[in-house]
Design a binder for this molecule. Structure first.
Ligand SMILES: N[C@@H]1[C@@H](O)[C@H](O)[C@@H](COP(=O)(O)O)O[C@@H]1O
Length: 291
């Protein structure tokens, strides 16, 4: 696992957006071989989306051959509700880029047969060849997507009851009224995320510091579901300084020094990843210490 620490949320978002851009460009997607990208909602990814939109506007990046799968959606919230994840994704990202509508995949929390909808989603991910890169955020309780504490690390897309802490955290989007927050959601499972060939998690703010420490410094634990990425061969967390508040000084120094060595070995560019991803993977395999 790599941990990239940046001074603030904005710099962490810029790093993340650049990384995604680089991965898509190096992949060279075509209609026959599209890039499949998993995406989150929440306030943390908003600045990432802003940068990706800017790259598109600058003609540095196209989403024409990118297929997306969103992580989750509330159950029973109308699709056009201002707080539905459908609305969120279109207003923050999709309507500003050249993605084809048929390449956008989102769970439908309003269908009659919720379980069938979840299976359809898993089948669709498999049909397009799996997810190349899953971008995620976390809740303060360390949940990824809506995989609340106690979720199975092998869970797949399903209906989930939201933890009270999550309902409280998300009440800010519903006028502060917990009663207005849906109590059920459809979510990809922990295994749906970790099946992706690469996982990138963005974490910002002191309120996520305990979750980050649990994820990095303790074992894989279903009470902090993001910790499942410890078992992933290609996982990266990008965080701001505030999110590191609960980490040991030793941990922070270790990951910062790893990044410095990596920059020295591979060279400096705007995201510190000069050279092709294939050569990076080769280095990861041989040195082991770079991830
Ligand atoms: N289901 C979403 C998660 O996918 C997201 O990571 C989390 C954090 O949101 P924020 O970035 O606003 O803290 O919010 C919700 O619970």
């Amino acid at each position: 696992m790599r941990l990239i620490i940046r001074d603030d949320q904005e710099s962490a978002a810029y790093y993340t957006a650049n990384y995604i851009k680089k991965r898509i460009l190096e992949f060279g997607p075509t209609s026959e071989r599209p890039f499949v990208l998993g995406l989150p909602t929440g306030s943390s990814p908003i600045p990432v989306y802003k940068h990706l939109v800017q790259f598109y506007k600058n003609k540095e990046l196209s989403f024409e051959h990118v297929i997306t799968f969103n992580m989750d959606e509330y159950v029973g919230l109308p699709r056009d509700h201002p707080e539905s994840y459908h609305t969120f994704m279109f207003s923050n990202f999709f309507k500003h880029i050249d993605i084809k509508p048929e390449n956008i995949n989102m769970l439908n929390g309003n269908c009659e047969e919720l379980q069938n909808e979840c299976q359809r989603y898993e089948d669709e991910i498999a049909r397009v060849g799996g997810i190349e890169l899953f971008l995620g955020g976390i809740g303060p309780d360390g949940h990824i997507a809506f995989n609340e504490p106690g979720s199975s690390m092998k869970s797949r897309t399903r209906v989930k009851t939201l933890a009270y802490e999550t309902v409280l955290a998300n009440a800010r989007f519903f006028g502060g009224d917990v009663n207005k927050v849906p109590k059920l959601a459809l979510t990809v499972g922990v295994a749906t995320v970790t099946d992706a060939r690469e996982v990138v998690i963005i974490i910002a703010g002191a309120h996520k510091a305990i979750a980050l420490a649990k994820c990095i410094e303790e074992g894989v634990n279903h009470m902090w579901t993001v910790s499942a990425i410890q078992l992933h061969p290609s996982a990266m967390i990008v965080c701001d300084e505030d999110a590191t508040l609960e980490l040991h000084v030793k941990t922070v120094r270790y990951f910062k020094s790893i990044e410095q060595v990596q920059e020295q070995l591979i060279g400096r560019d705007n995201i510190g990843l000069k050279g092709s991803i294939s050569s990076l993977s080769a280095m990861n395999k041989t040195s082991g210490s770079l991830v």
